[in-house]
Write a protein that binds this ligand. Structure first.
Ligand code: ADP
Ligand code: MG
Length: 628
């Protein structure tokens, strides 16, 4: 080919298939090539810095930088660094042997994991040869920091390489990728910027993106010193695309609230302020760092869309790796940098790794400690945040017994009067009147009648109106030997007045007849509140069972309504009830029907048919009774 060719060779026969594999198999995650090449450039700089700091190299100017440059006409993408560079011998050793066998190892593992498409997380560790995912030919022009002459290595995607003598003014390396036909988007400035932002935002060496200026017709001839926006913009020193010293690496005591918040906004593009955050700096042997943010949620389901970004020495690997981070923490947003993680292994390996389990446990502990700390140090502020934290906390408790055990003293419950209490505080207040029984409402409006009776009897009512609450209740019942009862499930002792319960068998019969419900039990109680003639109770067990059936039915619309086993409580203290018992059946019936429907209405929503009947009978009553 060229006179100064020093060597030609096939990389190796047995590994011929590596190129097609790299090209086709890794199709889904192609853009990681840029991360691999830029991170190599960072490594090259870091190595030289280390030699300098060890005093093994002298006279190196501290102007380390990496440039990423696209040339659309030549169809090349070049990543240049002024790091350690390579001698010819090193090119042979590192590029032709070590990098290649690394890529081979990687592909072998990948092949073994082909059952799950993403066997290897973020395709981390494929290395230098990932450049062939997007290139027909890759060139390396490199000059070592030593006196060795520069060399040029050129390799086609068929695996044939050549080594030449070369010219390069300064030490360092250019990786020139001749982008293939399918890879044209990787020459686009916007796309490159997006990829650099995703993968290289926090790499430790400044990275500059250089793209040729699109010639636009209106390109102007401004004079020197012109200060229009365009000229000012051009005059500004170019800015690196990355932040070489990310916040998570700083000492906790050196970070300000403002820095945490602006970091959050920048990384997650969320203009809202996070509720709070946790900066983790775990020493040896865990040795990982990170910041986790509790995002402000718009509604209950927002929460599922958290984002925890995993880094390996400031190099982005992937989002939301559930093998490393407990699933419930994925509701949060944050960054974790785990340089000890063996990331170029399969997901199944990570799932069974003791190290990963320890990381997970450590994060869980930190999150739990943070919640406890807020509860203990500033309860008032904690209560204000609680409704936003609640979904997360309940979910975490349900998923992780350890998290629950750690935080149970700080879990709050909202009462119908908007106060917040812990379970222990609730039980303490309940000791006299209803020991180990917790009364709750799950719909403040629909259950308002009952809530009013409980409140006036001095019984605290919890408001448990979220989807998760049902599961959470069951867990607490099992753990604490307590019983949760919705306020319409029975008549609490505290609602009952003193005195003899007066009854009327015929009135019971009439109510039963009017209800049309064979399974209805009618009984008399003497209630403190004489103004309510009747109330309907559905036992907690029956109702939970029905709720479950209803949820089940959401998928299968064909199941009939289950008849409800309910108890209608007639109030002996109500004068209306007494008068009805004394009246004849015929005149009592329309009123009995009205009372029955009102009791039903205060317990649940009426069906369309019930509502129609109720309106008709109400108008009829008005017609009869109102004399104007
Ligand atoms: P790894 O980065 O895990 O060592 P790679 O396949 O990415 O594996 O790279 C292989 C080797 O090639 C590196 O270890 C390094 O010695 C050499 N190398 C790659 N890129 C550069 C570069 N820009 N400057 C100097 N050496 C490089
Ligand atoms: Mg590498």
């Amino acid at each position: 080919m060229n006179e100064n060719v020093k060597e030609t060779g096939g990389i190796s026969v047995e590994i011929e298939h590596i190129f097609p594999v790299i090209k086709k198999w890794l199709y889904s995650d192609k853009e990681i090539f840029l991360r691999e090449i830029v991170s190599n450039a960072c490594d090259a700089v870091t190595k030289l810095k280390r030699l300098t700091s060890l005093g093994q190299v002298h006279g190196i100017e501290d102007n380390y930088r990496i440039t990423v440059k696209a040339d659309k006409d030549a169809k090349t993408l070049t990543v240049s660094d002024n790091g350690i560079g390579m001698t010819e011998e090193e090119v042979r050793k590192y590029i032709c042997q070590i990098a290649l066998s690394g890529a081979l190892d990687f592909i072998e593992k990948y092949e073994g994991e082909d059952a799950s498409k993403n066997g290897i997380i973020g395709h981390f560790g494929l290395g230098f040869y990932s450049a062939f995912m997007v290139s027909d030919t890759v060139e390396v022009i490199t000059r070592s920091y030593t006196d060795a002459p520069a060399v040029r290595w050129v390799c086609s995607d068929a695996g044939q390489y050549e080594i030449f003598e070369a010219e390069r003014d300064e030490r360092g390396t250019d990786i020139i990728m001749h982008i293939n036909a399918e890879g044209e988007e990787y020459l686009d400035e916007f796309k490159l910027r997006e990829m650099l932002e995703k993968y290289c935002s926090f790499m430790p060496v400044e990275i500059y993106l250089e793209c040729e200026k699109e010639e636009d017709e209106e390109h102007h001839d401004h004079e020197d010193g012109c200060d229009c926006e365009e000229c000012k913009h051009e005059a500004e020193a170019p800015k690196p695309v990355n932040d070489t010293n990310p916040l998570w690496l700083k000492n906790l005591s050196d970070c300000t609230e403002e820095e945490y918040i602006s970091f959050y906004r920048k990384v997650f593009h969320d203009w809202r302020e996070p509720l709070f955050y946790i900066h983790i700096n775990a020493d040896y042997p865990l040795n990982f760092k990170g910041i986790l943010y509790f995002p402000k949620l718009n509604h209950e389901y927002d929460s599922l869309e958290g984002q925890v970004k995993l880094y390996y020495n400031q190099v982005f690997v992937a989002d939301n790796i559930k093998e490393v981070i407990p699933e419930y923490l994925l509701m949060l947003k944050g960054v974790l940098d785990c340089p000890e993680l063996p990331l170029n292994v399969s997901r199944s390996y990570l799932q069974n790794s003791g190290y990963v389990a320890k990381i997970s446990a450590h994060i869980t502990k930190k999150v739990a400690d943070k919640l406890n700390g807020m509860f203990n140090n500033d309860r008032e502020a904690f209560e204000k945040l609680w409704e936003d934290i609640k979904v997360f906390a309940e979910y975490a408790c349900l998923r992780d017994k350890k998290f629950y055990d750690r935080t149970k003293g700080s879990i709050l419950f909202k009462l119908t009067d908007d106060r917040h209490v812990t379970l222990d505080e609730y039980l303490e207040a309940a000791k006299e009147k209803h020991e180990n029984v917790i009364y709750y409402a799950n719909d403040k409006v629909a259950q308002a009648q009952y809530a009013a009776m409980f409140e006036s009897a001095g019984i605290e009512v919890m408001l448990l109106d979220r989807m998760l609450d049902n599961q959470f209740i069951s867990m607490l019942e099992a753990d604490r030997s307590v019983k949760f009862k919705r306020i319409d499930s029975d008549v609490a002792e505290a609602l009952k007045g003193d005195g003899e319960v007066w009854e009327s068998a015929s009135l019971s019969e009439l109510f039963k007849k009017v209800s049309g419900n064979e399974k209805l039990t009618v009984k008399f109680e003497l209630l403190k509140d004489a103004s309510v003639p009747a109330m309907l109770n559905v036992s907690e067990e029956t109702r939970r069972m029905e709720d479950m059936m209803k949820m089940y039915r959401m998928d299968r619309g064909d199941m009939p309504d289950m008849p409800t086993e309910a108890t209608l409580v007639l109030n002996s203290a109500s004068s209306l009830i007494r008068r009805l018992a004394d009246a004849g059946e015929e005149s009592a019936e329309p009123i009995v029907r009205q009372i029955w429907t009102l009791a039903l209405l205060s317990q649940r929503q009426l069906t369309a048919e019930e509502l129609r009947g109720f309106l008709a009978q109400s108008y009829e009553l008005l017609e009869k009774k109102v004399e104007l």
